[in-house]
Design a protein around this ligand. Structure first.
Ligand SMILES: Cc1cc2nc3c(=O)[nH]c(=O)nc-3n(C[C@H](O)[C@H](O)[C@H](O)COP(=O)(O)OP(=O)(O)OC[C@H]3O[C@@H](n4cnc5c(N)ncnc54)[C@H](O)[C@@H]3O)c2cc1C
Length: 298
């Protein structure tokens, strides 16, 4: 579909110098030059078609896997959260889900419709767009294992349906075509067996028991290296509870970094590099960040 040919004016909300600390789960990050919340998909198509070709674009879902540096982001943020939020069960059994729907809403929708295999989404505090970009997963489930097709949007606002085999998908990794983003996806979840209960509550309880839920974090900062657990390597390096400024490695789960009200992104970034250096020195393994670091330093 070509870029919103019928629309002539923007209907969404465009903010200037918007503090990214309002839009990230670490509650950190300087201002984005421009921050756009579309009214709907057509509005986003129109808006993208008006952007200058050299404008840097950053998509932000719930900001639960993003470290935005203290100097902020020079360019245009696209924020589809709660704006592109359609979830529809189609006649063919596929689920059409727009990128700004939260993963928790997707899990609840599937629970209500008697669909299985989506419970793990309940504990991922992100949007479906972010989950597609990260191949988010938990408790044995992974986003892309249920994807049938994705609907991409490009810089000009054109939509294009793409097949799963057009993407290189791995553990917390998806190769995106340049200057295309996830507008929506078609998922397929199997009907839940009659005797199979939803595991949402149990999974959330398990999370609360093992993770510092409720404290500002980005979940796991580092990917697990093959055959190893990043948290175990960090703990074995003696870094549980380690502080840099007011950023600290969680006492409850060593792969989480917790921020405080006066923490700067620079402290978190420096702590990330410190953890990488210590683990590399002790175990010869360089941990790779799962968290994406963007923007300018002050
Ligand atoms: C307490 C806590 C627990 C967590 N537990 C888990 C877990 O169990 N499993 C797990 O996998 N993750 C977990 N995370 C990390 C995070 O929630 C996931 O990575 C989530 O998928 C990020 O979604 P988001 O919408 O917040 O993306 P953001 O953090 O906003 O963005 C992440 C990346 O995706 C890109 N992006 C966002 N939307 C789009 C789009 N529509 N198209 C293209 N690119 C896009 C962004 O540009 C960025 O590069 C946890 C985080 C927290 C805070």
């Amino acid at each position: 579909m070509s870029a919103a040919s019928k629309q002539m004016t923007m209907r969404g909300k465009l903010l200037h110098d918007e503090p990214m600390s309002r839009h990230t789960s670490w509650r950190l990050g300087g201002p984005a030059d421009r921050y756009f919340v579309p009214a709907d998909l057509q509005d986003l198509q129109y808006f993208l078609s008006t952007l200058a070709a050299d404008t840097e674009v950053l998509w932000v879902g719930l900001g639960s896997n993003l470290l935005v540096r203290d100097g902020g982001f020079r360019g245009q943020v696209i924020a589809p959260l709660n704006a592109l939020k359609k979830i529809e069960l189609q006649l063919d059994g596929n689920l059409y889900v727009e990128c700004g729907s939260s993963c928790a809403r997707l899990a609840k929708f599937c629970q209500k419709k008697g669909l299985g295999g989506a419970d793990f989404f309940a504990g991922i505090p992100g949007t479906v767009g972010g989950a597609l970009a990260m191949n988010a997963g938990a408790f044995g489930g992974e986003t892309w294992s249920a994807v049938q097709q994705v609907i991409m949007i490009d810089r000009q606002g054109n939509l294009q349906q793409r097949e799963v085999d057009e993407f290189d998908v791995g553990y917390r990794h998806v190769d995106l075509p340049q200057a295309e983003w996830f507008a929506a996806a078609l998922f397929r979840f199997p009907p839940r067996a009659a005797d199979e209960d939803s595991k949402i509550r149990q999974l959330l309880r398990q999370r609360n028991a093992t993770q510092p839920i409720g404290e500002p974090s980005c979940g796991s900062v580092f990917k697990n290296p093959p055959g190893k657990h990043a948290a175990q390597l960090i703990e074995a390096s003696g870094l549980k509870g380690y502080r840099l400024g007011s950023a600290r490695v969680s006492d409850k789960h060593a792969n989480f970094i917790i921020s405080a009200a006066d923490t700067r992104s620079a402290d978190v970034e420096a702590l990330i590099y410190h953890v990488q250096d210590c683990v590399a020195e002790q175990f010869g393994v360089r941990l790779e960040t799962e968290v994406r670091i963007v923007g300018e330093a002050l």
